[in-house]
Write a new protein. Structure first.
Length: 183
């Protein structure tokens, strides 16, 4: 089922999403990869603050390529989500409600998603040039020293993703292979 949502991604919106839903996101989202996640969780552990309030927000696991002249951002394809698995539960406990990436998540992340009413979306790997066309604004807001792994605030219009793991823990990576098995 196609769904169109606007950020912030409130828990009420998350509860309406089911594994398998095609979703088009419009609004502000943030980017962060493993180096930024590591730094954010270290700051929290030291009693510091996050560079943005993660409550009801979506983080896209993205390290874009440099933009060419006239472009807002370079290629914007997802990175492998499992690299963020050791950090994701902490951010989910702080109010994060959505993550975009590619690939499976571990049991700790799925449990934290269920406990915190959060969802995991997949973006199509290999389609970064097309996905970048949905990004209308991009601004580095933290950790500029990390280069492409810096935290960015993006404004996106109809960014296409698929709900892969919903807040009840239903996981397309587990159910889809059986459903589409050829006899």
């Amino acid at each position: 089922m196609d769904k169109y949502i606007e950020t912030p991604l409130t828990k009420e919106k998350v509860r309406d999403l089911r594994a398998g839903d095609y979703v088009y996101i419009t609004g502000t989202i943030y980017t962060a990869r493993d180096a930024a996640h590591k730094r954010m969780t270290e700051e929290l552990a030291a009693g510091g603050e996050l560079p943005f309030d993660v409550t009801d927000q979506v983080v896209y696991y993205l390290g874009p390529t440099p933009n060419r002249e006239g472009q807002v951002i370079g290629s914007a394809g997802p990175t492998t989500s499992s690299r963020m698995d050791k950090y994701a539960p902490v951010l989910l406990d702080h109010g994060l409600t959505g993550m975009i990436g590619k690939g499976k998540r571990n049991n700790d992340v799925v449990s934290a998603m269920k406990e915190n009413t959060a969802v995991y979306f997949a973006a199509v790997g290999g389609a970064g040039a097309l996905l970048s066309q949905c990004i209308k604004e991009s601004e580095v807001i933290a950790y500029d020293d990390l280069g492409t792994e810096a935290v960015r605030r993006l404004y996106v219009e109809k960014l296409p993703v698929i709900t892969v793991i919903d807040c009840q823990g239903k996981d397309l990576y587990q159910t889809a292979p059986e459903q589409y098995k050829i006899s």
